[in-house]
Design a protein around this ligand. Structure first.
Ligand code: ATP
Ligand code: MG
Length: 467
């Protein structure tokens, strides 16, 4: 019984101890596994896409670190997603830009390869051809490859007479746009007119790094232009002929009538006429013949001018002596009604040291015409001033009269052949003098100007380089 009692007391102790240990073991297990389970649970949540997770662990350091690690990972994932989205965006816009570029390249290629004009792109520094459109083969009749391998081969085709001009236009406009017209010779000898327009292309620093251009075959246009010009010239010549016939017949009639009348008079009454009257008729005949001769001379010179055959033969000339001779001669013909004054201001030698170099024959045409006009268009008589001013570079001549003047609206047409002003009345003339003057001045590379006031007078100024 005692043994039994002891036995049963031990039994209960064992039971109690066992239970206590079990509880303790459970507590220890729970303490250790709880955070692990919490982490496992949180990982499961995260795996399922739930990012709002709170890891319920003990507040010890290890658990907190774990929790912070998870938060950092979540943040990193967020950052990665954001930059991924950004990359996606950039990729899409890059792809779109590439597509737009491809489309515009396609459009450019379609345009460049289907137009009849030759389109080209050249490297500014190396002159290398970066692009040449297929029309080059049509227009130049040479293949594009030959141009890629020898970028200057297109120049070989330029007509020898146009090459120097074309090259100098290119050289003068290295940094600017230009338009060049020249002829090319195709391999079979056909000549084509080209209009080449070229433009500089600048980089974002504003430096020229390429040139682009369009070369157009303008042969047909040129031919049409030439035909039009030839027709216009023909029309002009025929008009000049008619004008000339009209004016010459009119201008010839007066002196011829004078000659005829004086001859008749001398023939019929010569024996009875006093010597003095006879002489007057002879003088009339002589001056009419002179006049006819002058008209013929003008016509011949004008003919040469029109044909571009008026020669320019410059030689050293004493301008003061030349002007004095001319004035003396014209004063003699003009009579006492007129007073021709010659004034000279030669700062730089016109007579002695370094003589100017000019064509005396042409100078005679210029100043005989201008002085004769000054006399003719001053019917009341008066003073005519002939001035010569010479400096180191040019000679300036001024012819000033006090005559009828020139209507302002007619000044522009003054140098046109056969033109006569509306106020000339009965004063004779063919309208050729000033056309000849202008041509002779141009042959000297000089200039002519006119100032005039109706009823007051006219001043012609001629400036000629000393040569
Ligand atoms: P010609 O061929 O005989 O010289 P023209 O004198 O009529 O004939 P231009 O010398 O060419 O011909 O002159 C053209 C026109 O200009 C003249 O008809 C005249 O109307 C006008 N003109 C020229 N010089 C003067 C001047 N000094 N004063 C007024 N009008 C002038
Ligand atoms: Mg005249």
């Amino acid at each position: 019984m005692e043994v039994e009692a002891l036995y049963s007391g031990e039994y209960y102790w064992n039971m109690i101890l066992g239970s206590v240990f079990t509880v303790l073991a459970w507590l220890v297990a729970v303490t250790i596994t709880h955070p692990m389970l919490a982490i496992a649970k949180a990982i499961n949540y995260i795996r399922r896409g739930n990012r709002q997770v709170n890891i319920e662990t003990n507040k010890d350091n290890r658990s907190q670190s774990l929790s912070q690690l998870v938060s950092a990972l979540i943040q990193q994932e967020k950052n990665l997603k954001a930059s991924n989205a950004q990359l996606q965006l950039e990729l899409t816009s890059k792809l779109m830009a590439q597509e737009m570029l491809r489309q515009s390249e396609e459009k450019f290629r379609q345009l460049a390869e289907n137009i009849q004009e030759v389109f080209w792109i050249r490297d500014f520094r190396t002159h290398e051809i970066l692009y040449i459109s297929p029309a080059y083969e049509q227009v130049w009749q040479r293949n594009c490859e030959s141009l890629y391998s020898n970028p200057n081969s297109w120049l070989d085709a330029i007509h020898p007479e146009d090459r120097e001009r074309a090259l100098s236009i290119m050289k003068e406009n290295i940094y600017s746009a230009y338009q060049n017209e020249y002829r090319i010779i195709q391999p079979d000898g056909t000549i084509c007119w080209i209009c080449d327009s070229s433009f500089p292309v600048k980089n974002h620093h504003g430096q020229v790094y390429r040139r682009v251009g369009i070369a157009q075959d303008i042969t047909e246009r040129k031919q049409a232009e030439e035909t039009r010009l030839a027709l216009a010239k023909e029309r002009e010549i025929s008009q000049l002929k008619s004008q000339f016939i009209a004016i010459a017949s009119h201008e010839f009639r007066t002196p011829l009538t004078t000659i005829l009348l004086s001859c008749d008079f001398l023939q019929n009454y010569g024996d009875q006429l006093p010597e003095e009257k006879k002489q007057r008729h002879f003088d009339k005949i002589k001056s009419s013949v002179k006049h006819l001769n002058q008209i013929l001379e003008d016509v011949l010179v004008f003919g040469k001018t029109e044909a571009g055959k008026l020669n320019f033969e410059p030689a050293p000339i004493d301008l003061i002596s030349f002007c004095l001779d001319l004035v003396e001669q014209l004063q003699l013909n003009a009579g006492e009604k007129y007073k021709i004054d010659f004034v000279e201001q030669c700062v730089y030698g016109c007579a002695r040291e370094e003589l100017p170099v000019m064509d005396e024959k042409l100078l005679r045409h210029i100043f005989t015409n201008l002085l004769s006009n000054a006399i003719k268009y001053s019917p009341q008589g008066g003073r005519i001033k002939f001035e010569l001013i010479c400096d180191g570079t040019s000679a300036i001549f001024k012819i000033q009269d006090e005559g009828i003047g020139i209507p302002e609206e007619e000044v522009d047409k003054l140098f046109t052949s056969f033109f006569r002003c509306s106020n000339t009345g009965h004063l004779p003339g063919t309208g050729l003098g000033l056309a000849i003057v202008k041509n002779a001045v141009e042959l000297h590379k000089g200039q002519i100007a006119v100032e005039s006031q109706l009823g007051v007078g006219t001043t012609f100024t001629v400036i000629l380089p000393r040569g």
